[in-house]
Design a protein around this ligand. Sequence first.
Ligand SMILES: C[S@@+](CC[C@H](N)C(=O)[O-])C[C@H]1O[C@@H](n2cnc3c(N)ncnc32)[C@H](O)[C@@H]1O
Length: 401
Amino acid sequence: VTDTIELELEPQKLIAGGEALARHADGRAVMVSGALPGERVRARVVVEKRDYLRAQTIAVLQAAPERRIPPCPALARGCGGCDWQHIEPAAQLPFKVTIVTEALRRTARIEDVAVRMGASVPDTAYRTTLRLAVDPQGMPGFRAAGSQRSVPIEACLVAHPALNELLDDLRLPGAREVLLRVGARTGERLMRWWPDTLPVPGNIPAGVRTGPHGHVEERVAGVSLRVGADSFFQSSPEAAELLIDAVRRAAGGPDEWGPEPVLDAFGGVGLFSATLVPTDRECLVVESNASACEDARLNLAGRIARVVERTLERWTPKRAGLVIANPARAGLGKPAAAVLAATRAPVLVLVSCDPVAFARDARLLAEQGYQLEGCEVLDLFPQTHHMEVVSRFVRKGQENL
Ligand SMILES: C[S@@+](CC[C@H](N)C(=O)[O-])C[C@H]1O[C@@H](n2cnc3c(N)ncnc32)[C@H](O)[C@@H]1O
C-alpha cells in the first residue's frame, strides 16, 4: 500500500507540471509536490509505478531560500487551486523561465535561443473568472489536488474582490459546477451553472447576468470587449494587456509583415485583433467555439475583419502577412502547425500556455520552415505553476517563395 510509504528526498529541479524532480535510492524518478530544488524533504508516496513515483511533501527538513509559508488557508484544507504558494512570489517567474529553457532543450533540442523573463500580474486578487465545483449541499469549491473531491471555498486568494463578493454566501443546490466572471473595469457580473436546466436561485444578487447566453463587457487596452459565459478569456484585463504588449513586441512592426491579412488563429473573442492589429489592416479570426465567435463578430464590428467558426485544422489556409496563434493547452500539434506554415506569413507569433507543448510546437514549426528567434515567459497565474510563453518565429528563405 503506497500511501504509507515515506521517503526522504533531495529534489534537483522544478518540472513542467509544477512538481520537483528527485531520485529514489533505487534510481527511479520521483515527482514531489510542495518541494523545491536544493531542499531536503520528507514526502509520502501517492503513486508508485515501475519507472517513477509521485509523492507529496509532508515535512521540510532543509528549506530552500525561495520557500515561504503558503498564505491561503484553503490550501491546508486540501484546495488544489494554487500549487506554488510555498514559493516566494519573486522567485516564481524565474523558476518558470528555467522550466521553459529546459523544455526547449529536451523536447525541441533548441539551446541557442534566449528565454527572456517577461512581466507578471500582481500575485493576489487577479483572476476575473472562476470555475468551481458544487458539492451536494450546493456549496461551491475547488477540486482537491489530484482528486474529484470538492473543497468548499468562502474566499479565494487569487480571485478579484468582486468575485469573492459573489462567492460569499453563494449556494447552488442541484448544480454540479458554476462559472463566475466579472468585468473588472465595468463592474458587470455573470454566473453560469451546469446543468443549465436548474432554475435561477432566489439569492443571486440583482444585476448579475445568468445562463449560457450571459456576458460581461470588459475593457482592455482602451477597447471594450464582450465576453460571453461560454467564451475563453485571459485571467484578467491586466493579464490580457501584458500579453498584448508581449505579442506586439514579438510581432515587430507592419514593415516586417507581408501585405496579406493578419491571421488571428485560436482567436477567442478577438482580443489580439481588436487591440493590437492596426485598424487599416484586414484580420481573420479562426476560432472553433460558437460563443467566442459571436463575441468576436461584435468586438470587431467596424474593423476590416472576418470571423470563421472552424477548427484551425479544418480551415483551408490562405496567405497571411502575420500569424498570431494562441492554441489551448495541448498546443498546435502537427496538423495545425502545417496549416499555419501554409499561410507563408513572414512572422509567426505563438502564444503557449504549456511549456512542453510550446517546445513540441517549436520543433514542428522548425520542420515547417519557421525558425524560433526568441521567447518571453509571462506570469499571468502567480501562485500556480501555470505560465504563458510568447515566441517569435520567422520564415526561413522566404525571399525564394
Ligand atoms: C487560449 S484561448 C485564446 C483565445 C484568444 N486568443 C485570447 O487571447 O483571448 C484558445 C482558443 O482556441 C479555441 N480553440 C480550441 N481548439 C481550437 C481549434 N482546434 N481550432 C480553432 N480554435 C480552437 C478555444 O475555443 C479558445 O477560444
